[in-house]
Design a protein around this ligand. Structure first.
Ligand SMILES: N[C@H](CCC[C@H](N)C(=O)O)C(=O)O
Length: 304
């Protein structure tokens, strides 16, 4: 049976990457036309019918004079967001691998400000994630004043959490053991809790000692991921403010470890970790009539 040919759109080149298993489809929208609707992002994010990813990262020309690129971030549900820490490290690796820059210090404009990426040795990348924000309206979180710990009602259950913004909103709970934490049940309820009017990323933090911790994160718009960079930053900030962590912490996520440094209020959070390219691929975007996409993939060539 001949398949009815639909009008076919352009081919789109992409690279599949991850930061500690938090995985991304990364697109250079500088050298190729790019426009995806939220429904198309959701379909591409699907791990059975699409490419499969936690977030889509888009590289665009800068919109500010002293910045190298603009960095747009879309969750698996198609929502555009302000910050992605693991994505920032992959962004730095991607723009160098694709020869869009040869800089080792890269300034990137996000929806909430400018972050600075520093490419280090053995594929490590350091990110200045900016200064955390605690003022409830800026998170945003519904509260009449700032507190270190808020009490939130969840279906009649009282939950204690801290709330802050790393450019994106985070709620952080302390738990005895992340492996026993109610991530699958409490995570989605808090992600969509009315007190987080823009929803939130929910971190479950287990303190091991003053310089080591474990973390699981139920991410806004993507569910639990193997790692969350901005979530790791938010969790260390909370641990420091509660007097439980020192200024330099190794935080263990399900996908691996990050080093987070924070010198206290009014200072930026510094995150260091790996960025991995998996493969390069291309897919045909639907034509005007829409319809299914074809895609092909080949192993990523490592840049020396
Ligand atoms: N889900 C997040 C965006 C991705 C953050 C995460 N992947 C990271 O590494 O920071 C949000 O809606 O704010």
């Amino acid at each position: 049976m001949t398949q009815q040919r639909r009008s076919q759109g352009p081919m789109l080149r992409f690279t599949k990457m991850h930061g500690l298993g938090n995985d991304f489809m990364v697109v250079d929208a500088i050298s190729q036309p790019f426009r995806l609707r939220p429904d198309m992002i959701r379909e591409l994010a699907n791990r059975n019918f699409g490419i499969g990813f936690d977030q889509l990262l888009v590289v665009e020309p800068p919109g500010l004079p002293d910045v190298d690129f603009r960095y747009r971030i879309f969750n698996a549900d198609g929502s555009e967001v302000e910050q992605c820490g693991n994505g920032a490290r992959c962004f730095a690796r991607f723009v160098r691998d694709q020869r869009l820059t040869n800089k080792k210090v890269i300034r990137v404009q996000t929806a909430k400000g400018v972050i600075e990426l520093r490419v280090g040795r053995e594929g490590m990348v350091m990110v200045n994630m900016g200064v955390p924000e605690f003022n409830p309206p800026a998170i945003p979180f519904a509260a009449d004043r700032r507190k270190d710990v808020y009490t939130v009602d969840v279906d009649g259950q009282t939950v204690e959490l801290s709330a802050l913004s790393m450019g994106n909103p985070h709620g952080v709970l302390l738990v005895e053991d992340v492996d026993q934490a109610p991530v699958e049940t409490l995570g989605p309820k808090l992600e969509r809790h009315p007190r987080f009017p823009s929803r939130a990323n929910i971190g479950f933090l287990q303190i091991l000692d003053r310089t080591h911790a474990r973390l699981r994160v139920f991410e806004r718009g993507s569910g639990e991921t193997l790692a969350c960079g901005s979530g790791a930053c938010a969790a260390v900030v909370v641990g420091c403010l509660r007097g439980l962590l020192d200024s330099r912490v190794e935080i263990e996520l399900r996908g691996g470890k990050l080093v987070i440094e924070w010198q206290g209020e009014g200072t930026p959070v510094i995150m260091e970790g790996p960025a991995t390219s998996v493969f390069e691929g291309q897919l045909r975007l639907p034509g005007e009539s829409g319809g299914r996409r074809r895609r092909s993939g080949r192993p990523h060539k490592q840049r020396s």
